[in-house]
Design a protein around this ligand. Structure first.
Ligand code: ATP
Length: 916
C-alpha cells in the first residue's frame, strides 16, 4: 500500500475490486504479518488519542513543583551559603528522597492503570495470512479484512465487501438514531457521510446481521478521529475521592499557617535562632499538607482494580471502584446471570396435549413422550410442524464433528435445533428444500422473530416469540390434522397454559406459521398458532448463597428480566431472591408512563424485587426511580439495547462472554465469567479500598498532627525544640511513609460485608475521624513531650542536650510506628485483625525500625540529624513512652466495641461538631 495519510481517497465511489487493489490486499488471504508490521509503523496504532502518555520526565518534574518544596530548596541553599554544608546536603537528600518516592508511586499508578486499560480493550475479528483471528482493535491497520456481527463496535473506517442483513446504528456520528441498512455497491463520489451506504465508520455499531469489510483508515485518520481531534485536550478527570483528598489538603493550609506563625514568633521572641525557626516552620508545612494523598489513593484504587480483575470483574474507570463500595441496589437480569443459560426443550404444549422431551443439555438422543407413552418418531404432524418452525426460525447453528457437538448462537435457539435433531430434523437439509428468503430479526419490543422460506413458488413464514405476542397475532390454531379459527376464549386458554408452564419455572415461547405469496407480506399477521414450547434453564448453583450474602451486606437484589412473570417469579424464588413463592411481580408496562406515577406506585416499584417483561426503556425509568429514592444502582445488561441503561446506572455491569461489545463499552464493569457472584466480590473490594484509603489518610494525618502539636506545645510551654527540622522531614519522608503504604493493602475486615453500604456522600474523614485525629495527635505529641521532659531530667544539661532531643525524636517515631495498629476497625479483634494480619505492615515496621536505628547509630546520618546514642535507660524511656498512645488507642477501641458506640464519647462528639 503506497498511500500516505494525506491521500484523498473516496473508497465509497470505487468497486470492491478497486478498493482491495488500492489497499493492496487479497480478500481471502488478508495481510501478511510483515505487511501488518510495516503498516503499523507507517500509520501508527488504531487509537484516537495518540498516546498522550505523560513522559516520565514530566512526572519527575511535577514532584518538585510545589511551593513548599521550593521553600525547602531555598532553605538548603541558605544553609549552604551560611557554611552549614552538612545541613544543606541533608536537606537536598530529603528533597531527593521525597521526589523519588513521589515519582515511583506516580509512575506505578500510571503504568498500572495503563495495563488495565489494555486488558479491557475491545477486540476485533480479522483475516490475516489466510486465517481468522481475534486481535486488539488498536492493532488494526489499513488493508485489514474485518468480520463484524450484531453487537460489535465498528473498530475503524471500513469499506463494506459483503454485508449480510446488515443494519448499523450511526447515531454517534450522524445523530440519527434509527439503524440504517447497508450495501456493497459503489456510490457517487460526492455523497455526504450520512448517506455512504457502503461504508462503516469508527464509533458506530452493528445492530443486526454481519459484514465483511476492509479497513480504509485507522486512528486519527478516521472520521471520528477528525471530530475528536478538537476534544483531545479534555483533561483527565479526577475521581470524587481524589477530589475530596485534594480538598482535605487545602483545608489544612490555614490551620498550618496559624501554627507555623505561633511557633516561629514564640521561638524568635525567646531568642532562638531565626533560621532554625524558619526551617522548622517549613518542615512543619511539609509535614502537614498531605500533598501525596491523592496519588497514594490512585495507587490503592489501581491496586483494587487489579484485584477485582483477578476475580473476573474488570472495572473500566477508577471512579467506579469507589462507587462500587456504596452500591445499595443490584438490578440483575435473569437469563445467564442468575440462570446458567444452558437451555433444553422440556416440553411442547400442543392442541392435542403435552409432548415431553427427554435428554438434557446438548445430548442429541432424546425421546418424545405423550401421556407417558414413548413416541417412536414424533409422526404427529403438529409435533413435526412445531419442531420444523423451531429449526427454521433461528440464527443459531449446531454441527456434529466426530460425535462432538459444536454450537453457536442464542442457547434457546440452540435448544430448539437440538430438539429438532432428536425428532430427525436437520436444519441444513430442511433449508435445501425450503431456502431462507428473508429474516425479520428478534426485536425485544415486539418479542418475536420470523423467517421466510421459499417452497413451491410460495413462502412459509416461521414465527417464534413470547406467548402473549404470538397468540395475539394468531387468527388460527393447528389442531389434530386441521386448522381452526382462534376465538378469544381459545386465546385466553392458551395464555393460561403458557402461564402454568412459566409458573413451573419454564421459559416459554410460542410457535406459529403461515403461508404467503411474497416476502413483502408483513410477518406478524394472520398467524396459525402451533403451540408452546417450554425450556428448562437451571438456576446457577452459586447464585443462591451469593444473593443471601448480598442481602446480609445491606444490598437489595432486584430481578429485571424480559421474560414472563411466572418464569421470573419461579426463578426468583428458587434462587432465594424472594421468600414467598407468590410474590408480586411488576410487569414492565406498568412503568410505561413514569411521569404519571403516584407516590404509592413509586413506593411499590422501589420496593419490588421482581420485574418481568421489561424492555430497555423500562430499565432507564427503574434506575431513575431508585436513584431518586437515594439508592446507588448497579444494573446488568448484555444487549445493544441495554447500553443506555448501563450508562445511566451508577455502575453499569456488562457480561464478558454473553455481552455485546456495545454493552461492554457502555459499562463501568465487565464480568469476564458472566457470574453474578463477581459483582459481590467487586463490591467487597470497593468497600475494602475505601476503608484502606481512610486508614492511611487518618494514619498519616494523625502522625503529621502529632509532629505539629509536639512543636506547638513545646513552643507554648517555652521549651526548646523537641524535634529539629531535619528530624521532622526525616520522619515524614522516610519512616511513616512505609506503614501508610502498607495500610493501603489491608484485606477487608471480616465483617466488612455484614454492614450496610456506606453513604456515598459520607466524607473520607467523618466527624468521628476528626475527633480521633485530634485524640491520637494529642496522645502521640504528649508522649513525645513527656519523654523529652523525662530525658531532660536524666541528663546533665537538661532539655537542650542532644540526648534529650534524640529521645523525643525516637519516641515520636516509634509512637507513630505502633500507632499503625490503632487503625484497625472498631469491630475487629485486638490481636487478630486486618492490620496485624497484613504482612506488608510488619515488613514496613521492620524496615522503618532499621532506618531509625541507622538514624542514631550510623555516623553520617546521625551527624545530619543531630542524634546521638542514648544508652539502655534512654531506650527504656523511648519504648515506654512510645507505647502509651498504642495502649490508650486500643483501650478506646475496645471501649467502643464493648459498648457498641461506633462514635466518640459525647464530649468529643460535641467538640468535633463544628468540623466539616
Ligand atoms: P433476560 O432479560 O433475563 O435476559 P429474556 O432473554 O427473556 O430475559 P429478552 O431478551 O428481552 O429477555 O426477551 C423477551 C422475550 O422475547 C423472551 O422472554 C422471549 O419470550 C422472547 N424472545 C427472546 N429471544 C427470542 C428469539 N431469539 N426469538 C423469539 N423470541 C424471543
Amino acid at each position: 500500500m503506497t498511500r500516505d495519510k494525506s491521500d484523498d481517497q473516496t473508497p465509497w465511489s470505487q468497486s470492491i475490486t478497486d478498493v482491495l487493489a488500492w489497499a493492496d490486499v487479497s480478500r481471502d488471504e488478508g495481510l501478511s504479518d510483515e505487511e501488518v508490521t510495516r503498516r503499523l509503523e507507517q500509520f501508527g496504532p488504531n487509537e484516537l488519542r495518540e498516546a498522550e502518555k505523560r513522559h516520565w520526565t514530566a512526572v519527575l518534574a511535577d514532584q518538585f513543583k510545589s511551593f513548599i518544596i521550593l521553600l525547602l530548596a531555598v532553605a538548603g541553599l541558605a544553609a549552604f551559603v551560611m557554611g552549614d554544608v552538612v545541613e544543606a546536603v541533608a536537606i537536598f537528600a530529603v528533597l531527593a528522597i521525597n521526589g523519588a518516592i513521589g515519582f515511583v508511586t506516580e509512575m506505578r499508578a500510571i503504568s498500572s492503570i495503563e495495563s488495565l486499560q489494555e486488558i479491557t480493550e475491545i477486540e476485533t475479528r480479522v483475516r490475516r495470512t489466510g486465517a481468522e483471528t481475534t486481535i486488539p482493535a488498536g492493532d488494526l491497520v489499513p488493508g485489514d479484512i474485518v468480520i463484524l456481527e450484531a453487537g460489535d463496535l465498528v473498530p475503524a473506517d471500513l469499506r463494506i465487501i459483503e454485508p449480510s442483513k446488515l443494519q448499523v446504528d450511526e447515531s454517534a456520528l450522524t445523530g440519527e438514531s434509527v439503524p440504517v441498512g447497508k450495501t456493497s455497491d459503489p456510490l457517487e463520489e460526492d455523497v455526504p457521510l450520512a448517506e455512504r451506504e457502503n461504508m462503516l465508520y469508527k464509533g458506530t455499531y452493528v445492530t443486526r446481521g454481519s459484514v465483511e469489510a476492509v479497513v480504509v483508515s485507522t486512528g486519527p485518520d478516521t472520521e471520528l478521529g477528525h471530530i475528536s481531534a478538537s476534544l483531545r485536550e479534555a483533561a483527565e478527570e479526577e475521581t470524587p475521592l481524589q477530589e475530596k483528598l485534594d480538598e482535605l489538603g487545602q483545608k489544612l493550609v490555614p490551620f498550618l499557617l496559624v501554627v507555623a506563625t505561633i511557633v516561629l514568633v514564640s521561638g524568635w521572641l525567646r531568642g532562638q535562632d531565626l533560621f532554625l525557626m524558619v526551617e522548622t516552620a517549613i518542615a512543619l508545612a511539609i509535614a502537614t499538607v498531605p500533598e501525596g494523598l491523592p496519588i497514594v489513593a490512585t495507587l490503592v484504587l489501581a491496586r483494587g482494580m487489579w484485584r477485582m480483575a483477578d476475580r473476573n470483574a474488570l472495572v473500566t474507570n477508577l471512579a467506579s471502584v469507589e462507587t462500587l463500595g456504596s452500591t445499595t441496589v443490584i438490578c440483575t437480569d435473569k437469563t445467564g446471570t442468575l440462570t446458567e443459560n444452558r437451555m433444553t426443550v422440556a416440553e411442547y404444549e400442543l392442541a392435542n396435549g403435552t409432548v415431553e422431551v427427554t435428554g438434557t443439555g446438548l445430548e442429541t438422543d432424546g425421546t418424545f413422550k405423550q401421556d407417558d407413552q414413548e413416541l417412536d418418531e414424533p409422526q404427529d404432524p403438529i409435533v413435526q410442524e412445531a419442531l420444523e418452525v423451531g429449526v427454521l426460525c433461528t440464527n443459531a447453528s449446531v454441527t456434529e464433528h466426530e460425535s462432538e457437538i459444536e454450537t453457536s448462537g442464542d442457547p434457546m435457539e440452540v435448544a430448539l435445533l437440538i430438539a429438532g435433531i432428536k425428532g430427525g430434523l436437520d436444519r441444513d437439509e430442511l433449508l435445501d428444500s425450503m431456502p431462507e428468503a428473508r429474516e425479520v430479526s428478534f426485536d425485544p419490543s415486539v418479542k418475536m422473530m420470523a423467517t421466510y422460506h421459499e417452497l413451491n413458488g410460495a413462502y412459509t413464514v416461521a414465527v417464534k416469540g413470547a406467548p402473549e405476542a404470538v397468540i395475539d397475532s394468531a387468527t388460527h390454531v393447528k389442531t389434530d390434522g386441521d386448522t381452526e379459527a382462534l376465538t378469544d376464549s381459545d386465546r385466553a386458554e392458551w395464555l393460561e397454559k403458557g402461564d402454568r408452564m412459566a409458573e413451573d419455572g419454564l421459559r416459554v415461547l410460542a410457535l406459529a406459521r403461515k403461508e404467503v405469496d411474497s416476502t413483502e407480506t408483513p410477518p406478524y399477521e394472520d398467524l396459525t398458532l402451533l403451540g408452546l414450547v417450554g425450556f428448562i434453564d437451571p438456576p446457577r448453583e452459586e447464585v443462591k448463597p451469593t444473593i443471601q450474602r448480598c442481602q446480609d451486606a445491606g444490598m437489595r437484589v432486584v430481578m429485571v428480566t424480559g421474560d414472563h412473570a411466572g418464569t421470573a417469579r419461579n426463578i426468583a424464588h428458587s434462587v432465594g431472591l424472594v421468600d414467598s413463592a407468590d410474590v408480586e411481580v411488576i410487569e414492565g408496562r406498568e412503568l410505561d408512563d413514569p411521569e404519571t406515577l403516584s407516590q404509592a406506585e413509586t413506593d411499590r416499584f422501589v420496593n419490588a424485587s421482581v420485574f418481568a417483561r421489561v424492555n430497555p426503556e423500562n430499565k432507564l425509568d427503574l434506575i431513575d426511580l431508585h436513584r431518586t429514592a437515594g439508592s446507588i444502582v448497579a444494573m446488568t445488561g448484555d444487549g445493544v439495547n441495554d447500553a443506555p441503561a448501563l450508562k445511566k446506572a451508577d455502575i453499569g455491569v456488562a457480561m464478558g462472554q454473553r455481552g455485546t461489545q456495545v454493552a461492554q463499552e457502555a459499562a463501568d464493569m465487565i464480568l469476564r465469567d458472566d457470574n453474578f457472584g463477581s459483582i459481590y466480590h467487586a463490591v467487597r473490594e470497593g468497600r475494602t479500598i475505601f476503608n484502606n484509603i481512610r486508614k492511611f489518610v487518618l494514619y498519616l494525618m494523625s502522625c503529621n498532627l502529632s509532629e505539629l502539636l509536639a512543636i506547638l506545645i513545646a513552643a507554648l510551654l517555652g521549651f526548646p525544640l523537641p524535634l529539629l527540622p531535619l528530624q521532622i522531614l526525616f520522619l515524614n519522608v522516610v519512616t511513616d511513609i512505609f506503614p501508610a503504604f502498607a495500610l493501603g493493602a489491608c484485606e477487608g475486615s471480616r465483617d466488612i460485608m455484614d454492614r450496610p453500604p456506606r453513604d456515598p456522600e459520607e466524607p473520607i474523614m467523618t466527624r468521628t475521624h476528626w475527633g480521633e485525629l485530634g485524640v491520637y495527635g494529642l496522645l502521640i505529641s504528649a508522649s513525645t513531650i513527656g519523654a523529652f521532659v523525662i530525658a531532660g531530667g536524666m541528663y546533665v544539661g537538661g532539655l537542650e542536650t542532644r540526648e534529650a532531643v534524640t529521645i523525643s525524636f525516637l519516641t515520636l517515631a516509634f509512637a507513630q510506628l505502633w500507632h499503625v495498629f490503632n487503625m484497625r476497625e472498631i469491630t475487629s479483634g485486638i490481636l487478630r485483625n486486618e492490620v496485624t494480619e497484613n504482612l506488608y505492615v510488619w515488613g514496613a515496621l521492620g524496615l522503618s525500625t532499621l532506618i531509625l536505628f541507622g538514624a542514631v547509630y550510623l555516623p553520617g546520618i546521625s551527624l545530619a540529624l543531630r542524634t546521638t546514642p542514648i544508652g539502655l535507660d534512654g531506650w527504656l524511656v523511648v519504648f515506654g513512652m512510645s507505647l502509651l498512645p498504642l495502649g490508650v488507642g486500643q483501650l478506646e477501641r475496645e471501649y467502643r466495641r464493648r459498648f457498641e458506640t461506633p462514635t466518640l464519647p459525647p464530649i468529643l462528639e460535641k467538640l468535633t461538631s463544628s468540623l466539616p
